[in-house]
Design a binder for this molecule. Structure first.
Ligand code: FES
Ligand code: FES
Length: 155
């Protein structure tokens, strides 16, 4: 007899809401969010854990959702860029024209949101360490760093 994976309806807690979606047991969290729930903020870049475009918060911790099996997230709190409440960081980035094509933006914003949740006033080395987990193909990072500084000066 051929073994088959059977999709099931499962409940996810995303951006503070309970959402039901049909999930294949082998699917990644990224595909469930984008294709199942229509949350297109997390982007599919490398789908290999390298670029960070797909970053979301899982119980407050930034994770690369392309690398996380959806089946590990049933009882977790998931936050995507659509669910971030603090807009000040986004505004600081816009004021510094931090992004060009914007493909990487949601991953950076989610990751930086977690950074500032954890560190009130992070030193440059800590900011650099956190920024290193996201790639941007367009900007050379100068605008992104200026956006971070602007945000920190406003806090
Ligand atoms: S798409 Fe997930 S790390 Fe690149
Ligand atoms: S703005 Fe284009 S990849 Fe970052």
């Amino acid at each position: 007899m051929k073994w088959q994976r059977i999709p099931e309806d499962r409940v996810f807690r995303v951006n503070g809401k309970l959402m039901t979606v049909r999930v294949d047991p082998g699917e990644t969290l990224l595909h469930v969010l984008r294709d199942g729930l229509g949350l297109t903020g997390p982007k599919a870049g490398c789908e290999n854990g390298d670029c960070g475009a797909c970053t979301v918060l899982l119980d407050g911790v930034p994770v690369k959702s392309c690398m996380v099996p959806a089946a590990e997230c049933f009882d977790k709190e998931i936050v995507t860029v659509e669910g971030l409440e603090d807009r000040a960081l986004t505004e600081a980035m816009l004021e510094e024209s931090a992004f060009q094509c914007g493909y990487c933006a949601s991953g950076f914003l989610v990751n930086l949101h977690a950074l500032f949740d954890k560190h009130e006033n992070p030193p440059k080395e800590v900011v650099d360490e956190w920024l290193a987990s996201n790639l941007c193909r367009c900007t050379g990072y100068a605008g992104i760093r200026r956006g971070v500084e602007r945000y920190m000066n406003k806090r």
